[in-house]
Design a protein around this ligand. Structure first.
Ligand SMILES: Nc1ncnc2c1ncn2[C@@H]1O[C@H](COP(=O)(O)OP(=O)(O)OP(=O)(O)O)[C@@H](O)[C@H]1O
Length: 267
């Protein structure tokens, strides 16, 4: 079966569970799937579990193959992971860090690594940064470099944790457009986004995590509802369609008695 399947996942830290018996419908290639939910709902934990950076029980399969049975090198070839924390380099240039991500412990087949790394920097519009020191870049510039590191191997599965958090409006659009192009190549793209307006505009499907489980999964128009926004986020909101046919989420106020409980939850 083509795509990412997650079934009966339990993920936690020490004895503390974060996600309990979590199953998602198939995350399909060719689509951008957004993972959303309140702070501390377990979004990063889920991405880390898929990338095997957090211990999990249950089933994690990519195109039918158990990701946990793969060697670290085989996994690195299939999965590109863009973490929430931005890269900082031990006095490396941008080009060198992207080449290091391309190599990641193994020889590069065909072509020249420098050429491939430059292609990716150019594709993202940051080729002029190639020789800059990573540590001298702005947060947004480093976020674009982090994306370059995640996609340089052409991974089958791309996991991104809040990839737009440091980007200005134009670069948010550029990054999300790039994710759509990567998905259109038939890859699986799963991105954590807090901004539901961006999710409404760019996602094919949205998964909402809440209190250790899946609250909703489906196309934006099905998932982004006033009831979901009240129950999950504790806000009073309207969801409207603008003149161009896009969904817009208008937040009116916090519902005092229903402030989202994930942050304080001990599930
Ligand atoms: N390394 C860790 N060790 C122990 N607990 C952790 C660790 N990382 C996360 N947690 C806990 O797991 C829960 C889920 O955290 P996680 O970062 O997955 O949430 P999130 O949905 O990504 O949140 P946010 O939107 O705030 O980034 C939180 O209660 C957090 O305190």
């Amino acid at each position: 079966m083509s795509g990412l399947s997650l079934n009966h996942l339990n993920v936690g830290y020490g004895r503390r569970p974060v996600l309990r018996d979590l199953s998602l419908p198939l995350i399909r290639p060719g689509e951008v799937t957004v993972l959303a939910g309140p702070n501390a709902a377990g979004k990063s934990t889920l991405l880390r579990a898929i990338a095997r950076l957090a211990p999990a029980t249950g089933e994690i399969r990519l195109d039918g193959e158990d990701l946990r049975s793969l060697s670290a090198a085989a996994r690195a070839k299939k999965i590109g992971f863009m973490p929430q924390t931005l890269p900082s380099g031990a006095a490396l240039s941008v080009l060198e860090t992207v080449i290091a991500a391309l190599r990641a412990g193994q020889a590069v087949e065909g072509g020249r690594p420098g050429q491939r790394a430059m292609e990716v920097l150019t594709r993202l519009g940051i080729e002029q940064l190639a020789l800059s020191d990573l540590d001298q870049l702005s947060g947004g510039q480093r976020q674009m470099v982090s994306l370059a590191q995640a996609i340089v191997r052409d991974p089958r599965l791309l996991l991104l944790d809040e990839p737009t958090s440091a980007l200005d409006l134009a670069r948010q659009v550029r990054l999300l457009g790039e994710l759509r192009r990567i998905a259109a190549e038939g890859r699986v793209v799963l991105a954590v986004l807090h901004d539901l307006a961006l999710a409404a505009r760019w996602a094919d499907r949205i998964a909402i995590l809440h209190q250790g489980g899946l609250y909703a999964f489906g196309p934006p128009a099905e998932v982004l509802t006033p009831v979901m926004l009240a129950e999950v986020y504790g806000v009073r909101a309207r969801v409207e369609t603008c003149s161009q046919g896009h969904l817009m989420v208008q937040i009116d106020s916090e519902i005092a008695a229903a402030v989202s409980s994930d942050l304080n939850a001990h599930v």
